[in-house]
Ligand binder design. Structure first.
Ligand code: ATP
Ligand code: MG
Length: 596
């Protein structure tokens, strides 16, 4: 500690919202260089190396081979797959001195695909899985929480190459198993959830989420074992209503409903002035609300889209973003709305939307695209806007009176909603995405023409998987879980040292004994940090040891005169006094068994 490049901070960094961010900065593991961009200091780098080592060992154990790509790449491969544009503002783009477009890679599917294509040509060379542990760049809209969402971060990304789907399934499951072992070894709980494929394309995909209240991902679980990212939940549509009952439905009527621009006001007026025939009260679930959003397409073109959903549901922006991709979703601006005066705010109804609006003079559709929530099945009747201020239409029947351009399942998923596989009511929880595995299929291989000759000499397109672990995010999750009010409390597997020897007092004999014990621990194969600062008070040394979070603290101080030292366990606060050599033996045993 007398020479280590570290300075613990007594104050929380101003921008720190979460424990991991606060303690990693305060303990001198990382330093902010710019928003979402961090410098690694000696202690931080030691922890990072240990997390990487676990990831590397488990990748090597399943036969994946390590390579290392540059982060700075040419535009062309990303152009070929469409991602130069599709990635939108998240992609760091730049130009070299000759004016060539370059990028800082957000992920490397393209480069791995090209590399394998350049190198392999026969089915005999497959299967193959390559990986790297490498720096990624994404110009995140909201970098936050320190390492949890950075603009520069480290990812382990692996890519599998197989001849067919059976091979892909095997490679996928091998990665899945490796991920389970990685997170087990790192002491992080995880839930494996079904995910949307989003920006990657492809078919099957699962995320590993670390359950945690500060997580940005919401996931659902059912008692019967269904688990999915909320973005990937497919709503169970209600059974279609009885055709005879639908045929008997009365025609829709328009009523004056003054000052009812919200669902709440509409329900009140409906109950007061237009009560139902069956005696039951109108509820928000009887109304069809039409939510307007703007899609911003990769080329920058803005397009209004309207989504109709039961009035008791809210639009879930993340669910919409997942399906809107590569378009980004924004709130509709006044300018966006100017082009469509038929949309009367608060009173929008299906009749001016999508296929219901008829056609312009040249036969071209001029109405905005209109989508419906899966609950709006044909034959259901709704109270919805009549496209005039202060008027609503009652009994408008889906399929009879209006249709849409399609179904968009983007309303929020609620606690208690049925699981799509019938396995019971859903429970909601939050988590942090620490890993993601994708069965990509042939999207990248096709775009970049990755083929090999099969046993009959025929060229076949290779099928791929891609698998990411957020290494720096994982480190932050570990810090999030293994920290308390006083600082970090690392598990032995990733701690920057195993034992923190703290020499207190002014007595030279204490310092000499502390050095001797530290050397004995090192001889036994342990990693030791020794606080040998001669003029620092015991209080400061103890506070520092708590912030730094080395799992075991060996205090050499006053007790030495009576022949004892103290072993403290950082995470539990447990303390035992032992003779110095017994302390070394005890610590050696404890650390070895934790590591085995
Ligand atoms: P998110 O939904 O959190 O933005 P993503 O789905 O875009 O993540 P992937 O493309 O699946 O991320 O990347 C693989 C892994 O890299 C993620 O599972 C996550 O652990 C990590 N990761 C992604 N973005 C970041 C980031 N901005 N900072 C730190 N780690 C990240
Ligand atoms: Mg992901």
């Amino acid at each position: 500690m007398s020479s280590l490049f570290v300075r613990t901070l007594r104050e929380d960094p101003a921008d720190a919202e979460v424990a991991s961010h606060k303690w990693l900065v305060r303990a001198g593991y990382i330093r902010r260089a710019a928003p979402g961009i961090y410098t690694w200091l000696p202690l931080g780098l030691r922890v990072l190396a240990k997390v990487e080592a676990v990831v590397r060992e488990e990748m090597d154990a399943i036969g994946a081979q390590e390579v290392h790509f540059p982060a700075l790449l040419p535009r062309e491969p990303y152009e070929a797959t469409g991602r130069w544009t599709e990635y939108g503002p998240n992609l760091f783009r730049l130009q070299d001195r000759r004016g060539n477009d370059m990028l800082l890679a957000p992920t490397h599917e393209e480069m791995f695909t090209l590399l394998v294509g350049d190198t392999y040509s026969s089915y005999k060379e497959l299967p193959l899985t390559l990986y790297q542990i490498q720096t990624k760049y994404r110009d995140e809209a909201r970098p936050r929480a320190g390492l949890l969402r950075g603009r520069e971060f480290i990812m382990k990304d692996a890519y599998s190459f197989d001849l067919d789907d059976t091979g892909l399934e095997k490679s996928y499951m091998a990665q899945r198993g490796a991920y389970q072992r990685i997170f087990d070894r790192l002491g992080l709980e995880y839930v494996i959830v079904t995910a949307t494929s989003g920006a990657m394309g492809g078919s099957r995909s699962e995320e590993f989420l670390f359950p945690c209240d500060i997580g940005e991902d919401t996931f659902v679980r059912s008692p019967g074992g269904y688990a999915a990212n909320v973005e990937a939940v497919a709503t169970l549509p209600p059974p279609p209503p009885d055709p005879a009952a639908v045929a008997a439905l009365p025609p829709a009527v328009v009523h004056d409903t003054p000052n009812t621009p919200t669902i709440e006001t509409l329900v009140d007026v409906a109950n007061a002035e237009h009560p139902r025939d069956d005696g039951r009260a109108w509820t928000a679930a009887d109304t069809l609300k039409n939510v307007v959003v703007t899609y911003v397409h990769p080329g920058g073109e803005r397009e209004l889209v309207v989504i109709g959903m039961p009035g008791d549901r809210q639009l879930d922006l993340k669910r919409l973003e997942a399906v809107a991709f590569p378009a980004e979703v924004e709130q509709a601006t006044e300018d966006d709305l100017k082009a469509h005066p038929e949309l009367v705010p608060g009173y929008i109804g299906p009749e001016v939307l999508g296929p219901n609006a008829g056609q312009g003079e040249d036969g071209e559709r001029t109405s905005v695209r209109y989508y419906l929530d899966p609950r709006v099945v044909d034959g259901t009747a709704w109270v919805t806007g009549a496209n005039e201020p202060g008027r609503h239409v009652f009994g408008l029947v889906a399929g009879r009176d209006f249709t849409a351009d399609g179904v968009l399942d983007v309303a929020e998923v609620r606690e208690g909603d049925p699981a799509p596989d019938g396995s019971g009511p859903l429970e909601l929880a939050r988590g942090i995405e620490i890993g993601h595995i994708f069965a990509l299929g042939q999207k990248y291989a096709k775009a970049l023409d990755l083929k090999v000759l099969d046993a009959n000499g025929k060229a076949v397109t290779v099928t791929m998987g891609s698998y990411g672990v957020g290494v720096t995010r994982v480190l932050a999750c570990i810090a999030e879980k293994y920290s308390d009010d006083a600082g970090l409390a690392w598990p032995v597997q990733v701690a920057p040292a195993h034992v923190h020897v703290v020499a207190t007092g002014k007595d030279q004999a204490v310092f000499d004994e502390a050095e001797r014990l530290a050397a004995a621990l090192e001889d036994a194969g342990l990693e030791v940090l020794i606080d040998d600062r001669p003029k620092t008070s015991p209080g400061v040394k103890f506070a520092d040891s708590e912030i730094l979070g080395v799992p075991y603290v060996l205090v050499v101080g006053r007790g030495l005169a009576q022949g004892v030292v103290e072993v403290r366990t950082r995470a539990t606060g447990e303390r035992v006094e032992l003779a110095p050599d017994a302390a070394v033996a005890h610590l050696t045993e404890t650390v070895r068994s934790a590591l085995s």
